[in-house]
Design a protein around this ligand. Sequence first.
Ligand code: NG1
Length: 407
Amino acid sequence: MAESDADLSALGAGFQAHFGALRAGVVARAPGRVNLIGEHVDYNDLPVLPMALGQRTSIVAQPRDDRRVRCASAKSRFGPREFELSAEIARSPQGDWCNYVKAAAQALVREFGLERGADLFVSSDLPSSAGLSSSSALVVAAGLALAAVNGVALEPLDFAERMARAERYVGVESGGMDQAICLLGRDGHALKLDFAPLRAEALPCPGDWRFVVAHSLVEADKSGAAREAYNQRRAECAAALELLLASGELQGEPRSYRGLLEVHGAEKLAWIAERVLAGELLARARHQLSEFARVQQARKCLVCADAEGFGEALDESHASLRDDYSVSCPELDALVELARASGALGARLTGAGFGGCIVAFARETSLERLLAGLGRHYASRASALEFEPVLVARPSRGAWVEPFELR
Ligand code: NG1
């Protein structure tokens, strides 16, 4: 895809304003994503169905002769940072943007012994803390840039698995969805991703299907409180699984959600879970099992262009995330309702929740009505926002890196 000259010259000018002359470098591009369905299940190696966005993070990188990495951002609130490449890179304070660059750098030093630092200029049109995976876009772009200036080239599948492990540096026990869709995304397609090992099935989006992303205006701060809540969900899933396995019902069976689901199916396991578990742990396990079934269902609907069925799966996913997984909030619930009342066939929170965005699904014929309905929600606030609160998601290609050339 040819990038516009204006975009490249803005990146070049930004780089030079921070670091001086740009002699020879690379530019890495890494998209955000919207997850259509399969939420809070990737860390249990259960499949997900996201698409990569046209919005992305770009990094211009110029190699250095030492091991220093200097980072600057086009956004003034992300101040300049520096660190030295090493196998034990000290973390910046929690929430600092540079931790995402350090995450990629440390992993690549450990695995490939990178020797060469770089000056990095970062620019992005992805809102942060929105559930659109701006964090993984930064990790992947930084990883691609640092690998390229060190002459390390990897297959996207392999790179995605490495970057998923790398991002845990920031303290979130995340799964592998974001890095995978960021690297493997395909124009016009959603991807069904399976994990351990990572596999991707590209599914063309029917021509008249539209996905609209709308922001709740609540920041889902995954470097703060949302991080604890996220890690807690993962721990609760593990605790529920232990109890299930210890019950007389499942002795000697596979020891993972995926293994159990493959052997018994979601319905039978849900029946067992209702007998063995209670309270929050039952609710968390129920979400894992029901979301697994919904991803299978949604995949089928996508393949046979059953828009009503797909919308229903989204609606049910939201209910499960709200009621069983407790990761929604009143602002997200209200936006989901508004989307449905404005012609969406289905809508749900997308990403980790606790704020951030919803994804609403509609046919092309209802798009205008949906956008108008959602738009009214922001009427009094839109001018105060530094990002577009509503966007039509265009399924886009995954990340890449190329020589930086001003045409
Ligand atoms: P976001 O929406 O970027 O916070 C997080 C995890 C994913 C996945 C989703 C929930 C990271 C980097 N990503 O995404 O792995 O678990 O939540 O489905 O933390």
